[in-house]
Ligand binder design. Structure first.
Ligand code: URA
Length: 236
């Protein structure tokens, strides 16, 4: 539920100030009833909102997978003027925002939407949505380190849930692992690897639930199909 004047402004009816004026002047009806109370809350997807007898259309829901490049902040703005993920979406009419976050130095799959309900659901720890990372680390993790990642690692904010781990390749002084977790704590993968003695050199999120980076390059995005949106909602 949102404030009526906010919903009106976002639908492009008028500025928020002007929308407030119209409400006060009795020109706005919600489900057939004239509303003159400024704090009135409405459900933009379900309530029928009319301004001077004309129905306003709810904002369309949009869903994107973005291949976030390294060196980009997962935010709507940055006080230091660094690039932020929404810079890539300025031409999208709707005001979309990221679901969860990737660190400045992490690249990979980020979901962006203007669907608050889905964003909220995905970010909730109860959902246990799989997040798959390709992690390049310093050194070659021994069996014991892998086992610790698999069973749980003690971090400053408590034990991590069991993770899935497999080695993808080993080099002279580095190795790459695929790590699957479903928690979303701050800098979790970096802290887990550090805790078992293998600091992260490079981190890419390659999968979120069933969504992958397939067909995308850093800095590119695609809109989800209706079928993918349906499957995401089904997960929640
Ligand atoms: N874990 C991290 O350490 N960083 C990310 O960006 C995502 C998961």
């Amino acid at each position: 539920m949102e404030r009526l004047q906010k919903v009106m402004a976002r639908a492009g009816v008028a500025s928020r100030r002007k929308s407030e004026e119209w409400i006060l002047r009795g020109k706005v009806r919600v489900n057939g009833e004239t509303v003159t109370q400024l704090g009135t809350r409405v459900d933009p997807d379900r309530d029928r909102i009319e301004v001077e007898g004309r129905l306003i259309r709810p904002e369309q829901k949009r869903y994107f997978v973005f291949y976030k490049p390294k060196g980009v902040i997962t935010s709507l703005s940055d006080p230091k003027g660094r690039p932020v993920v929404v810079d890539w979406f300025r031409d999208v009419g709707e005001r979309i925002y990221p679901v969860g976050r990737l660190d400045y130095d992490t690249e990979g799959l980020l979901l962006l939407t203007n669907d608050g309900e889905l964003a909220h659901g995905m970010a909730h720890p109860r959902q246990e949505v799989d997040k798959v990372y390709q992690v390049t680390v310093k050194g070659i993790p021994a069996k014991n380190s892998l086992r610790r990642l698999q069973t749980g690692v003690k971090l400053t904010d408590g034990w991590t849930a069991p993770a899935k781990v497999r080695i993808l390749w080993t080099g002279k002084n580095q190795a790459q692992m695929e790590l699957t977790i479903h928690e979303g704590r701050n800098r979790q993968v970096r802290r887990m690897c550090e805790a078992v003695g293998h600091p992260v050199v490079h981190l890419v999120r390659v999968q979120l639930a069933f969504l992958t980076l397939s067909g995308l390059q850093p800095g590119k995005y695609r809109e989800l199909s209706q079928e993918e949106v349906r499957r995401l909602k089904e997960l929640l």
